[in-house]
Design a protein around this ligand. Structure first.
Ligand SMILES: [Zn+2]
Length: 460
């Protein structure tokens, strides 16, 4: 499998640290709100990466953290008059509702910051002892210029960063790129005792600790959104490679942003669409299909039209599957030649995923299979079964469910209502009305066929 590595800016063959095993670390959410569609994209696309690696024989150790202590969580707890852990617990439960709805496989572990405080303190102590970090007034900073090649992931130069930095007021930092490892507690804030007094971890340090604790010294794949490259992932590398020699991570994978009105979807800008709302309007399944419709590195536009297009596409696949199952009822056995197309489309599907997880091209192969099934109606049991098997295999790898009936079927109800209207017109010998309904269906891309068992339809 080839993966695009942000660190080298090249597509590289995936070679794991341990044969047959793949350790994947993905940055999880800060739990103070419901997740929006932009937040959901990495969980969906990297779930397909995991499914594909498992399919080609890897045992995958998939780890995702929860940031359960943060200024925004504390602020929310204050607003609601509750404890910060109640806020975190509530939104972790809500996160799982969305994640399960989106059919994302569970990680092996979901470490939380508040569960890892002793290990975090131990790493900060080590970084101070090794001369990579310094304390001022109970806050510990990482000294970015001490890191080996700081800026190597984000392709930033530490001199440029210093020159471009805003002048910070009241900072104790020695260099503008230095960052907090341990934050001294303000009065009334949750805090933990440490060698530097009461405080709590900075944001970046948790991932350095958890990735190595739950995966090992070198992580095969570290994934997240492109907005995490700098400073979060850059700082993770600095901390971890100061702790012990690198590489900390062999393959850095970053997904593109979801754009809404040409801007990154972000809670802080109020420019977001919640997964929960989209799932209610469409379905989780449709949302997942939409999120996989573009290559993960590309930006993806958010619009209801695009989600509706995904819903229609999914319905096209479902409809084809229904027709195949129906055709199977009266299919024949005996001699047959398996058409090459079926195996070739499977190869195209797998080749697309092997090429840096190109789900867009994989979905194209899936639609080619639908087209093949619709245009080569077979009466042979084994051929029908082979098409059904391939369809189920492809949808399974993408994590798409075909059995459930979700809101995407609205289109189907409309089509079936038109077909019964046309049949009524035919029964009344109103041929003009029957023809005009047939034309209307054709305009909608629906092909109908009158059979002894009634009117059958499929997408053109
Ligand atoms: Zn992280």
């Amino acid at each position: 499998m080839k993966l695009h590595n942000t660190l080298t800016n090249r597509k590289e063959d995936f070679a794991p640290v341990k044969p047959g095993r793949a350790g994947i670390y993905i940055c999880g959410p800060t739990v103070y709100n419901l997740i929006h569609i932009g937040n959901a994209r990495p969980y969906v696309v990297f779930d397909v990466l995991r499914r594909y690696l498992e399919h080609i024989g890897y045992t995958v150790n998939y780890i995702q953290n929860f940031t359960d202590i943060d200024d925004r969580i504390i602020a929310k707890a204050k607003d609601e008059g509750t404890d910060f852990l109640d806020v975190a617990d509530k939104y972790i439960a809500e996160f799982f509702t969305d994640i399960d709805g989106l059919n994302i496989k569970r990680a092996a572990h979901y470490p939380r910051v508040t569960g890892e405080i002793p290990d975090i303190i131990a790493l900060v102590q080590l970084l101070v002892a090794k001369g990579f970090a310094y304390e001022v007034g109970g806050t510990v900073y990482f000294s970015a210029p001490k890191a080996d090649n700081y800026g190597k992931l984000s392709k930033k130069n530490i001199q440029d960063l210093a020159a471009g930095a805003r002048v910070e007021i009241n900072t104790d930092k020695r260099h503008p790129s230095d960052f907090v490892l341990w934050k001294a507690a303000k009065p009334g804030e949750p805090s933990w005792p440490s060698p530097w007094g009461g405080g709590r971890p900075g944001w970046h340090i948790e991932c350095s600790v958890m990735a190595r604790k739950y995966i090992g010294q070198t992580i095969d794949i570290h994934a997240g959104g492109q907005d995490l490259i700098f400073p979060h992932h850059e700082n993770e590398i600095a901390q971890s490679e100061a702790e012990m020699p690198g590489p900390f991570v062999n393959y850095w994978l970053h997904n593109g942003m979801i754009l809404s009105n040409n801007q990154k979807m972000a809670k802080s800008d109020g420019n977001f669409f919640l997964v929960r709302d989209a799932a209610q309007k469409f379905s989780y399944n449709v949302l997942r299909f939409y999120l996989l419709s573009a290559h993960y590195r590309m930006p993806l536009n958010f619009s209801e039209e695009l989600i509706q297009a995904a819903a229609n596409g999914l319905e096209r696949i479902r409809n084809c599957r229904r027709n195949l199952l129906e055709a199977q009822q009266k299919a024949i056995s005996g001699d047959f030649t398996m058409p090459d197309d079926i195996g070739n489309l499977r190869k195209a599907f797998e080749a697309a995923l092997a090429d840096d997880l190109n789900t867009a091209n994989a979905i194209t192969a899936l639609f080619e299979l639908v087209k093949f099934a619709n245009t080569h109606i077979s009466t042979h049991k084994a051929i029908l079964q082979a098409i059904l098997d391939e369809m189920d295999f492809m949808c399974g790898l993408l994590g798409i469910t075909l059995e459930v009936n979700d809101n995407s079927g609205a289109n189907t109800a409309e089509i079936e209502a038109l077909i019964s209207k046309r049949n009524a017109a035919k029964a009344a010998k109103d041929w003009a009305a029957a023809d005009s309904i047939r034309d209307k269906l054709a305009e909608m891309g629906i092909v109908i066929k009158d059979t002894r068992e009634g009117t059958k339809w499929h997408y053109a």
